[in-house]
Write a protein that binds this ligand. Sequence first.
Ligand code: PDD
Length: 296
Amino acid sequence: MNTVYLDGQFLPIDQARVSVMDRGFLFGDGVYEVIPSQDGKLVFLDLHLARLNSNLKALQIDYHCEMQEWTDILSRLVAEHGGGRCSLYLQLTRGVQQFRSHVSAPGVQPTRFAMVMQPNEGTRGMRVITLPDTRWHNCEIKAITLLANVMYQQEAKRQGADEALLVRDGLLTEGAASNVFVVYGTQVHTPPLEGILPGITRRVLLELLHRHQVDCRELPIPVEQLARADEIWLTGSTLQIAPVLAVDGRAVGNGEPGTAWRRALHWYQRYLQVRRGGQDVTSNRIGVPAGRGTGC
Ligand code: PDD
């Protein structure tokens, strides 16, 4: 039986209940994280909780996720799941209010929910389509209000693709559930953090590329420049770094995962091994170990 966590209790999933007056249900008034777990260890939990706490603050939800408490909760869910490779879903809404009002009442307690999501999709070659980015202007908040993202991925699926790359004012922003990197020769570009989610995988990969002296820049990427890309990668907590094989039906490079991607994924996965064990999980800094001699 899949065990979930809800407001201080560990319950079988079919016994977990949330009120219909929960502001998450009525307004989508909440935030979430997806945290990978590998070999029974939570990956970058410190970075996920830091982002979650900053989002809670941005929404003025009066709750702070303590590292130790959430390590214990999520580790127990992973253990009950049997370890291995999986992802944790963690959601906090503003909570239950006795009447429906856009304005929240004082004293409402947040609803805290976590579960193991299975399976972890893992890294794979992706086919993408481009779509206009019609979302609101606060995409840096990892809000549970994901209607636009749902519509983009439904449309991608309808067109036989795996993900949608979003375009605003002629510039790439991000994927419906991923960040994007584009490789031109020896240069790697990724859109700057304006109106996109500051992905944890993006942040770690950028740091690793810099450490390995790859010429990597945060720059606006005009959508028409995708046609001359040698490689395109998508990043996300469950995807890690995934190669894009085709955009709108046109092959990227030779239509195969590229050598730069292979190297970047190798660095990333080696880094996960080094960081595994959670020794440095209390730090808010990425703490990427220096290049040589660290195993990266
Ligand atoms: N999505 N951009 C968007 C819009 C996302 O939804 C995600 C992740 C990312 C990548 O962020 P990170 O590297 O922190 O996972 C970028 C998650 C996994 C989801 O909604 O399921």
